[in-house]
Design a protein around this ligand. Structure first.
Ligand code: ADP
Length: 272
């Protein structure tokens, strides 16, 4: 049996996905990127293959993507995360419908990608200059509120008042604004929902730069936060589709591309 590997070396996390030759998800693993991308990516791949009882010899083709993609020397190919994200989103949403707009919020950046009816990337906009509107912002907020990022959603839905307005556009100033709100006796719930709406407003501005076309797909680690999804849907005025495993869309796309690249190889080259 041939297997295909997609490796997404992101700024915050390494995501590795394995598919079979029918592009079906076989398994995945997520680990912190740390400071040694290459070493951690190799270790993550080996531990995933061990878990899946797959030998290195059964890996027919590997595609690397993401911020640290060029460091993974064993990959047969590497591609930009925009392309991998677009391919992964369309494959993951196959049953749902045609995806035309992708919102990706990663650890250190956020992106909006626009696709045409053939599924090609026609435009994208990116915020990688400022932590506000990224996973890093949510991490800092959660740390200040002494809760986990995976708890933000619960707090969001328990907020009863109008979402607080967080006016600072910079994560560093927003941090002191949040401390000020805590000092004025605002609840953690209302602060969390205010933060989600402030991120949602920024994301909607980013999406408007490429144009909002349905269906809208949302991925990256922060898409695991249902409270943030709720805020973005309200600001956008549209339902958005979140896949079952939003953090691996890009590595899944790389594995799908690996599968296609292998099938398109001349028969003789496949033996090597
Ligand atoms: P990158 O691809 O840039 O490495 P990811 O797409 O992996 O980034 O997103 C990382 C971010 O996802 C973290 O900074 C964190 O804010 C958020 N995140 C990770 N796990 C969860 C979770 N279980 N619930 C909510 N948010 C999460």
């Amino acid at each position: 049996m041939n297997y295909f590997v997609g490796i997404d070396i992101g700024s915050t996390a390494i995501k590795i996905t394995v598919t079979d030759e029918h592009k079906r998800l076989v398994g995945f693993k997520i680990n912190a990127s740390g400071s040694m991308f290459y070493k951690y990516a190799k270790e993550t791949l080996q531990s995933l293959l061990d878990e899946l009882h797959i030998s290195q010899d059964d890996i027919a083709y590997t595609v690397a993507t993401g911020y640290g993609r060029k460091l993974f020397k064993e990959a047969d190919e590497n591609i930009s995360e925009i392309t991998a994200n677009a391919i992964g989103a369309q494959e993951a949403a196959r049953e749902y419908g045609e995806i035309k707009t992708i919102i990706n919020i990663g650890g250190q950046d956020s992106k909006a990608i626009s696709l045409d009816s053939e599924g090609n990337v026609v435009n994208f906009a990116m915020n990688d200059r400022c932590a506000a509107g990224t996973g890093k912002f949510l991490d800092v907020v959660a740390m200040n509120l002494e809760i986990g990022v995976d708890e933000l959603s619960d707090y969001h839905f328990k907020s009863t008042g109008t979402p607080l307005s967080i006016s600072s556009t910079c994560a560093v100033f927003a941090e002191s604004e949040i401390i000020g709100l805590l000092g004025s006796n605002h609840s953690v719930e209302d602060i969390v929902s205010g933060v989600h709406y402030s991120i949602a407003k920024r994301i909607v501005k980013l999406v408007k730069r490429v144009g909002i076309k349905e269906n809208v797909y949302f991925d990256g680690g922060p898409a695991l936060n249902a409270g943030l999804v709720h805020a973005i849907e309200n600001e956008l005025g549209k339902k958005i589709f979140v896949p079952e495993y939003p953090q691996i869309t890009t590595s899944f796309g790389a594995a799908v591309l690996a599968c296609d690249a292998f099938k398109n190889m001349p028969e003789v080259e496949r033996e090597f």
